[in-house]
Design a protein around this ligand. Sequence first.
Ligand code: PLP
Length: 392
Amino acid sequence: MADSPPSAFDLIPPDYRLRIPGPTAVPERVRRAMALPVLSHRGPEFRRVLSDCVDMLRNVAGTKGHVFMFGGSGTAGMEAALTNVLSPRDAVLVLVCGQFGERFVSIVQGLGAEVDKVDVPWGGAPDAAEVAERLKQRKYRAVVCVHNESSTGVVTDIAAIGALLAGTETLLIVDSVSGLAGIDVRMDEWGVDILIAATQKALMSPPGVAILAASDKAMRVIEAAATQPRFYFDLRKAKAAAKNSETAFTPPVPLILALREALIMIHEEGLAAVLRRHRRVAGALQAGCVALGLPMLPEAKLRSATVTVALVPEGLEGSAIVRHMYAQYHTVIAGQRTKLANRVIRFGTMGAIGADDIMTDLAQLEATLRHLGRSVAPGAGTTAAKAALEAV
Ligand code: PLP
């Protein structure tokens, strides 16, 4: 090769702003933890790192149950949850209200299990009464559901679904990949048996670690009933290793050091304060978008505090907004790649996010809309956001 490729330090614009619904911007303190020397994954230092992560994750997830970490993304966690509880021909009820519910359907089908679906129009949330009806008709190994559907910005009422399964043998499997640490999660109180999360969202760490928390009820199925082939993601191996504060295989040590630092930051701020900040900042961004003529996709009571999904006005394409925000400001926001392509734009409001971030978003969005030919009252978005911030 004639020339070396440019250093990554020269590839990234200095004013680059990562504002998509994950991965999210990682605070410098968390990034610095990754630059520490790599530790032996079976030595006393890393055992301490891992067990601190487990304790702090239990607190954030509201569980006294088992917590496991694997090198992998959120989808690895989704697949691991299912391979560990299913046997071929088991029946699974998947609640689908967006792209990640559909991903669960594909995974279950790929594993040769039988899928029934509760399908909800995108922008809505599954209704517990309909789930109750379906549970009367068939015995399911698991009900599978996305807590915070990142494609639509909708939160599902997990407590209501969990209440339907209390005292039954059916497991409740919940993807809170884009929820955990940004919206309330009460795994034990709500009756969740397997909770799936990932580091690159509200846990304000880099991508690369899938997190699974499991109840004793789930562990009984995993250990005694499930016959799906599994190896790397086998939670029986993970549980045995966890007894010594270890993982079964070599974990991504620097990423887990980063996660520990992020969890300490959450602990220092206080979980209740962290969740309040997410609600306040997201509410202000949402008010600002509405004032700029971009209504929210979900109705108010379903709206997420970690992902804001705004409808693009008639005559505009979401991709044009996304492109201009990057070309002009190096701000990266998301569109949607499947059913809602070009009809919505999406922002993350998770992790290390504050009022200044969304004020910048709204100022840039206003200028972008004007550039694309919309007439917008000057300062409409930031004024509405400021009023929303002051009201809380
Ligand atoms: N579930 C939800 C709700 C998500 O938002 C995502 C990622 O955006 C995933 C699952 C999949 O995670 P990953 O892209 O890390 O595999």
